[in-house]
Every structure is written in C-alpha cells, then in structure tokens.
Design a protein around this ligand. Structure first.
Ligand SMILES: [Zn+2]
Ligand SMILES: [Zn+2]
Ligand SMILES: [Zn+2]
Length: 333
C-alpha cells in the first residue's frame, strides 16, 4: 500500500511512500559516478597559481591557525582550507542580471580524503570559513542572500574530485528559499510560532529522529524526496548560520561527521548533494529557521518528480532513519 504525504512546510511538495515489498532499505539503487579525471588538479597544494588568488586562506601555524588573503603575486602554501573565486562563476559583479559572487571552498589539502574521514576539528574550521565569507560578502549592499552547496561524486554534479563546497552570494533570493519563506510565513500567521520550531518538537519525539546533540538534530523528513534524505536543523530558533557560537560550530561539525559516516556505513561512498538554507538579509526573523538538506542519490528522478513535484519513495523514512541511527550508535560504542 502506498501512502501520500505532503511536506509539513513546503506544502507544494508531495511524496508517495511506496515501499517495495521485501526490498530492504539497503537494496535501493545506489548511484556512483566517477567525476571526470583531470591530470593536474588545480585545488592540490603546489598548484595554487592555477586558481585566482584566495579570498581567504587558513594557514596552520604552530598548532594554531592564521587567516590570510592572497594577492595576484602571492599564494599561501601551508594551508588547511582555502577559498577561491570560481573560475567559471554563475554570478559575477559585472554582468548585470546575475549580480553576485561565486566561490569555492577547498576543504582540505589532501586530494583523496573522503568527507567522512575529515576530522571534526577540521570540519569546524570549514564551517568557520563559510561563516566568515558570508559575513564578508553580506557587506556588499547589493548582496541579499547566500547559498552554500556541495556536489559530491559525478552523479551529484561534481566536476572535480578534490573535496570542495561552493558558495554563492547574490542580489536575488534563491527560489527554493523564497518558496520556504512563503509557506513558513503563512504557517507562522496561523500557528503563532515558527513552523520549523514546531516541527522540531514533533520530530525529535518521532521514529524519524536519527541523531541529536546539544545544538542540532538530524531527522529524516516526513515526506522525503529520495530514500535516505535527511535534514540537519538547529534546536534553537535561528534564521541564519551567521550567529553560531563556537560550541555550536563544534556541534554542527559533530552532526556532519556522524551523518557522513552513517551514510558511508549504510550506502557506501554514494554520490550526494547537500545545501544550506538560510534567510536572506533581514527577512523571516520570526518564521524562518535555517537548516541543511542532505540528498543522497539513491534514485533517479523521472517526470513525476522533476515536473510534478511528486516524489515516489520506495523506503519509508521511519525505516531508513532506524538504519542510519543504528550505524551512528554502533560507531559510538
Ligand atoms: Zn587535488
Ligand atoms: Zn524556529
Ligand atoms: Zn530548505
């Protein structure tokens, strides 16, 4: 029997939960495509001059770190995280209609390190770098919004294998966030509270809770778009990633590490995308609540999904959340 579920916030999105009898969660189609191989990786140490000068570099010095900026004739060699303008930007400061910035966060000097093997303290550094860049780009009065996303693996759309995440800061609000703002504002008016805060209260007591620490919860959405889709959400109300305290950054690094590792255990080195949804400048204070959406490539979407916003999902979120949860707790012991 299939079950139709509507997303509790984005009401224009519907999932048809249609578990295939006898098909265990592990047997969903796993998609793994190699990214095209390049002979020389522009993100590897030693090749810093192959990219534009970094807008921010974290250098490791005597057990600590130093934040630096490069100029056309100068590159930092002993770096831990490096942010460079995208060589093929989607948004630029020159071509009118699509004003903005497009940067690449090179997460680690090691070309072959897997995201689930990046230690928590290094993940914290990456998060700090993202916050620092958004804060800086938000100083441009023409920039209203920022969007951070990761394409992992060829199926996730990555064109280079070296671990990296992308950041765009733009003069438009990203349409999927416009949609969430529209629905959450309406729900706020009806409920008198942030609909995401309400969702958290319900979900942390549901079988869809995967993991929780002092500051964040990882949940399987009630109406996922793909088997194994998850959401990371801060437990206290906050519209953007920008106000996080140090201990919250560490807590976010902890949930990211746990989630990436549990995906590795349950799905192998699967392709995925994740993105960070934050409010645009000065909007949604009462009703928007920032979060990360994590979408592993467990199915290929057809016309119903792409054009209809109707997602046929063969594994119940209550089932795959249990599997991910077990993977996390088996690692802890
Ligand atoms: Zn590389
Ligand atoms: Zn909230
Ligand atoms: Zn979202």
């Amino acid at each position: 029997m299939s079950e139709v579920r509507r997303d509790p916030i984005v009401l224009s999105r519907v999932s048809v939960i249609s578990p295939v009898r006898g098909l265990r969660p592990k047997e969903v189609t796993l998609i793994r495509h190699e990214s095209p191989q390049v002979t020389v990786c522009p993100f590897c140490p030693g090749n810093e001059f192959m990219t534009p000068p970094a807008t921010l570099v974290v250098e490791g010095v005597d057990g600590g770190v130093k934040y630096l900026k490069e100029d056309p004739d100068f590159r930092v060699s002993n770096w831990l995280v490096r942010v460079v303008p995208n060589k093929y930007p989607i948004f630029t400061q020159t071509n009118g209609g699509s004003y903005g910035y497009h940067e690449v966060i090179i997460e680690h000097p090691n070309h072959t390190i897997k995201p689930y093997d990046i230690p928590i303290n290094h993940l914290s550094l990456i998060i700090q770098v993202i916050i620092s860049r958004i804060n800086h780009l938000f100083k441009d009065p023409r920039v209203v919004h920022a969007y951070v996303f990761k394409n992992y693996g060829g199926g996730g759309g990555a064109s280079l294998t070296h671990p990296h995440t992308q950041l765009v800061a733009t003069s438009i609000t990203i349409p999927s966030v416009v949609e969430e703002l529209r629905f959450s504002k309406r729900l706020y008016k009806r409920l008198g509270e942030c609909p995401y805060c309400r969702l958290i209260r319900k979900e942390v007591n549901s079988p869809r809770l995967i993991y929780m620490n002092d500051s964040f919860a990882v949940i399987a959405p009630y109406a996922p778009r793909n088997p194994y889709e998850t959401m990371i959400i801060p437990l206290t109300h906050s519209t953007t990633i920008l106000e996080m305290k140090d201990e919250e950054i560490t807590a976010l690094a902890d949930v990211l590490n746990k989630l990436l590792t549990s995906y590795k255990v349950c799905l192998g080195d699967i392709d995925y995308n994740f993105w960070i949804h934050i409010a645009p400048k000065g909007i949604g204070n009462e009703y928007y609540h920032w979060h990360i959406e994590f979408l592993p490539m467990t199915t290929l979407w057809g016309g119903l999904e792409k054009g209809g916003n109707v997602y046929v999902v063969t594994t119940k979120p209550e089932d795959y959340s249990k599997e991910l949860k077990e993977a996390i707790y088996s690692l802890k012991s």
